[in-house]
Design a protein around this ligand. Structure first.
Ligand code: ARG
Length: 582
């Protein structure tokens, strides 16, 4: 379906042409003076310069040519603006088409294209902490948004499962339990099925080992263990399997709490088999060169405004690092999925890393020249006081603890306000808490830092997730009391509140498209905040259920029904859903 603004622009361009002027001047914009008009065209002002006459004369001539059926107001005003209001008939026809089309008639321009969204970024053996919230929920939203526009989407968590943290755990385990068969090079039997550690033990082993990194002897052991693991030492692979076996179910569990789901749970380790071939290829092409014992890929370009260090492919100790596995992962993705686009959602402090590997991938022919590579670097979530988020004892807060805090806060409200029957408390609480958490985050531009403010995010009024849910729930209850509404056509006389709501509805497609093109879920939030505001205003100011004119009532109902469906679609793209009651 054509965008409303494009349709009006086409009409305006035709009017310019009919009046004898260049059609290109007929660009229409949403009015910046909603008190005066809904749309406006300032083209006569520019045209006046070319045609050397008064702008108002052109504006008048063009206004004459516009079709009166489409507009309830066409005004040429000094010095030469054309102000427009849409007619009921025109707007109704447009909304009716949106209502009856699939997904509101929004064009699926991603059809036939594949996008990989690399997000989440969890590291095995380390519990998810609050730093993992943003990449998980921004990535999930961007993935859903791409899917909505018809892309074939593959969300890949790209687990950190292959680096030094693995060597640290192995080294620490060896110090604690040197007699385990995993460390005996002569052992040829089967290794025990049972893990030598539980999840909570593992969560203690890793930080202990990590704190010993400054001890040169221990660090050396950990590096060697990492290297040997990557070389395929049997006993170490078996420990690695245990680490994965213990860690993954817990990661799944927490991402499930956030309603974040990955199509692929691949990790750095899965890229490992692609490394030797890739290195050979880059050497042959002359991209990989020796530099003080390491193998590097220079990526600096003439005109660089900042220092651009080379991408390190193999360290002097022979081990592969972050950049290596990321490049090898691209080899795998291109081979298996041929994506047109790869989107990476991580902390923006990783900017340089992605600039380096994107350059290397293009120069080295790992991806095609036209493959889109984008890094969505997000800012930090701080505490309500604007300072880095810390637990009371100064540690890093676990993601699960943050989710629990929000859930408990919301549950108390749900219980206290007797919102739902006891049996529905949990489900309602979870939905509201998730909306509070996600909307609180996603309503900020991804690159910006923001302050986590539990009470503000969970408030039922203001620009919050719960407010959006509340609007949906209110509409649902009106619809439920009315009866079957799904088939009712849009037929509403546009009183001012209805008209604002109708205009807001027409902006769904453009808002979602802009959010996708700039990787900004915050644009979806801004849009639904406006839409929810218009819907609220409309049903407060309009007698709907008590309206005696049945045809009119049906028109009202169909209008709020459409608003509800758009709101529900948008919150699904943000990654949450509405309860039945609130
Ligand atoms: N595991 C990484 C970290 O903790 C994030 C991974 C992001 N994805 C990627 N392809 N590099 O920083």
């Amino acid at each position: 379906m054509q965008k409303l603004l494009d349709m009006i622009t086409a009409k305006m361009q035709q009017a310019f042409a009919d009046a004898g002027y260049d059609a290109a001047f007929g660009r229409v914009t949403v009015s910046n003076r909603p008190d005066l008009c809904e749309y406006q065209c300032n083209g006569a002002l520019s045209a006046a310069k070319q045609y050397k006459c008064a702008p108002i004369a052109i504006a008048n001539a063009v206004a004459e040519k516009l079709d009166k059926a489409d507009f309830s107001m066409i005004e040429a005003v000094m010095p030469g603006f054309i102000n427009l209001k849409l007619s009921d008939a025109f707007l109704q026809a447009y909304l009716e088409e949106m209502r009856s089309a699939e997904d509101f008639g929004i064009e699926k321009f991603g059809a036939g294209h594949t996008v990989v969204v690399d997000y989440g970024g969890a590291n095995v053996a380390k519990p998810l902490h609050i730093g993992h919230l943003r990449p998980a929920i921004i990535g999930e939203s961007l993935k859903r948004l791409h899917k909505f526009f018809g892309y074939h989407t593959i969300g890949d968590i790209h687990l950190g499962d292959w680096g030094l943290q693995m060597g640290l755990i192995i080294a620490e385990l060896q110090e604690r339990q040197p007699d385990l068969p995993y460390f005996d090079l002569d052992y040829t039997g089967e290794y025990p099925k049972e893990s030598p550690f539980t999840l909570s033990e593992l969560e203690e082993i890793y930080p202990t080992a990590s704190s010993k990194k400054t001890d040169p002897v221990f660090a050396e052991k950990a590096h060697t263990a990492t290297f040997e693991l990557q070389q395929g030492r049997r006993g170490y692979r078996a420990i690695w399997d245990h680490i994965m076996g213990v860690s993954l179910p817990d990661l799944h569990r927490i991402y499930d709490l956030l309603d974040v789901h990955f199509e692929k749970w691949l990790g750095e380790s899965d890229a490992d088999p692609y490394i030797p071939g890739m290195i050979e290829d880059l050497k042959t092409k002359g991209h990989a060169v020796e530099s003080s014992g390491a193998l590097v890929f220079p990526v600096a370009e003439e005109g660089d405004k900042k220092e651009m260090p080379p991408c390190i492919l193999v360290k002097s100790d022979g081990s592969a690092i972050y950049a290596t596995t990321d490049l090898a992962t691209m080899v795998q993705r291109m081979q298996d999925w041929q994506p047109d686009k790869m989107l990476y959602v991580t902390d923006k402090r990783q900017n340089l890393h992605f600039e380096q590997i994107f350059r290397a991938a293009k120069k080295g022919g790992i991806v095609r020249a036209e493959t889109e590579l984008e890094h969505v670097g997000h800012g930090t979530m701080n505490g309500a006081d604007g300072k880095p988020f810390k637990t009371r004892d100064g540690g890093v807060l676990r993601l699960e603890a943050l989710i629990n805090d929000m859930t408990e806060f919301v549950r108390a409200k749900v219980v206290e306000n007797k919102i739902v029957d006891e049996t529905e408390v949990e489900d309602t609480t979870d939905k509201i808490a998730l909306a509070a958490l996600k909307y609180g985050d996603l309503s900020n531009q991804p690159t910006k830092d923001y302050n986590f403010d539990l009470e503000r995010f969970a408030a039922f009024e203001g620009n919050t997730g719960p407010y959006i849910l509340y609007t949906i729930v209110r509409i649902k209850s009106i619809l439920a009391r009315y009866g079957a509404w799904e088939h009712l056509p849009i037929q509403v006389p546009a009183n001012i509140y209805a008209k604002d709501l109708m205009l807001a509805i027409t902006k769904a497609g453009p808002a979602l498209e802009a959010a996708l093109k700039t990787s900004s879920p915050n644009m979806i939030c801004a849009y639904i905040y406006d839409l929810a505001g218009a819907a609220n205003k409309f049903y407060h100011e309009t007698r709907i259920l008590t309206e005696e004119d049945k045809a009119l009532q049906a028109g009202y109902i169909s209008l709020i029904g459409l608003a509800k469906r758009i709101l529900e679609t948008c919150i699904d793209l943000l990654g949450f859903s509405a309860p039945e009651k609130m």
